[in-house]
Design a protein around this ligand. Structure first.
Ligand SMILES: Cc1ncc(COP(=O)(O)O)c(C=O)c1O
Length: 364
């Protein structure tokens, strides 16, 4: 592991930050991690002040989209402890994405050292109030100035962090979904199961159309038959039908969500019957019509658990749970967030505690 150089800011911006009005992903903490790949190895790991980086328009990521990223969170536990949620799983998925997009993998030791150092330096950026957290965004992109549609020889790895409140303006209130008709998100063999930039760019138009029609997000169906439910824009999806939780199995075009995995592990632990299988939109709509669709909720780092109260598909709308939050969604939300904020025991080993100095000490 290369040794980490640290350059700190002269004065922190934290006291100028309005923690009561945080828009998701708009404000960034004082420091960021930077590392470069050249001559066949990752090198020069550094913590530097957050700020602009300079490149020419010939940078190949701008043209060919060779970029992968992660989204994870850090939670305030007490003045001396911050919890990172499942960093090893996020790092494994980052490397999984790297392999698919031809980006050299990074080592976990370097990753966790960078995260711990960033969190210690920017501990005061981790919001204290429950419901808020520090969003952590690792991103790796091709940094060769070369207009050739092939894998770059150079890469940059950054980790930036951003204090956040609720992801949806609805908060922990229900969101609505619509299937998208002509557009698809991903096809097996493509890149749907990895976190790469292009997947998201391709979903903006259908997401805009869904919002114009009054829905929060798109419920994606499989690209081959247009029948099987896959996931939502930035969430995996769960249905409670006839007392069983069902979530689409990982088909190769669905992102292997860390929150999804947490919900499945928790359901198994609590003895809640759960199936990972193909589930068609027809089955969902029929269960909705027959009042057997008791709950629907999404899972993702940003919103943790997001109840769904309405699904639209081909002109038909089903309403779920009469505007209330279902007991399983609530249980999942309360337990996962309870573990994240250190209020509940963590029998699963999901949290990675980072010991920080008290705020007074970290100022000095
Ligand atoms: C397409 C997509 N699906 C699902 C998820 C949920 O994954 P996770 O629970 O790891 O945040 C995300 C967010 O990362 C996503 O971007």
């Amino acid at each position: 592991m290369k040794s980490l150089e640290i350059h700190t800011v002269e004065s922190s911006r934290v006291s100028q930050t309005d923690f009561d009005n945080l828009e998701f992903g708009r404000v960034f903490s004082d420091h960021m991690f930077e590392m470069e790949y050249r001559d066949g190895e990752w090198q020069n790991p550094k913590i530097i002040p957050y700020g602009p980086i300079s490149f020419t328009p010939a940078l190949n990521v701008f043209h060919y989209g060779q970029a992968v990223f992660e989204g994870m969170k850090a939670y305030f536990v007490d003045e001396e402890t911050i919890h990172l949620f499942r960093p090893r799983d996020h790092h494994n998925r980052l490397n999984f994405s790297c392999r698919r997009i031809c980006i050299p993998e990074t080592g976990y030791d370097q990753f966790i050292q960078a995260l711990e150092t960033l969190l210690r330096l920017d501990a005061r950026w981790v919001p204290e109030k429950k419901g808020r957290s520090l969003y952590v965004r690792p991103v790796i992109f091709a940094s060769e100035e070369y207009l050739a549609a092939k894998a770059s020889r150079f890469y940059r790895f950054y980790i930036i962090t951003s204090p956040v409140g609720a992801y949806y303006s609805e908060g922990f209130n229900p969101v609505s979904l619509t299937t998208s008709g002509k557009y698809v998100r991903a096809v097996r063999g493509g890149t749907g199961e990895v976190k790469t930039a292009g997947n998201y760019a391709a979903s903006f138009l259908p997401a805009q159309k869904a919002q114009e029609e009054g829905f929060t997000q798109v419920l994606w169906l499989d690209a081959v038959e247009g029948r099987y439910v896959e996931e939502v824009g930035t969430m995996n999806i769960f249905f409670k039908i006839d007392d069983k939780l069902v979530t689409p199995k990982l088909s190769g075009s669905v992102l292997n969500g860390i929150t999804r995995r947490s919900v499945i592990e928790l359901a198994n632990h609590e003895g809640i019957p759960i199936e990972e299988r193909r589930i068609s939109i027809d089955e969902v709509m029929e269960a909705g019509r027959e009042d057997r669709l008791e709950e629907v909720f999404g899972s993702g780092t940003a919103a943790v658990i997001s109840p769904v109260d309405r699904i639209h598909h081909e002109g038909e709308v089903i309403d779920i749970g009469q505007g209330t939050i279902g007991p399983i969604a609530k249980k999942m939300f309360d337990t996962i967030t309870g573990i994240q904020y250190g209020e509940l025991d963590d029998p699963f080993g999901w949290t990675h505690p980072v010991k920080v100095k008290s705020p007074e000490e970290s100022l000095s």
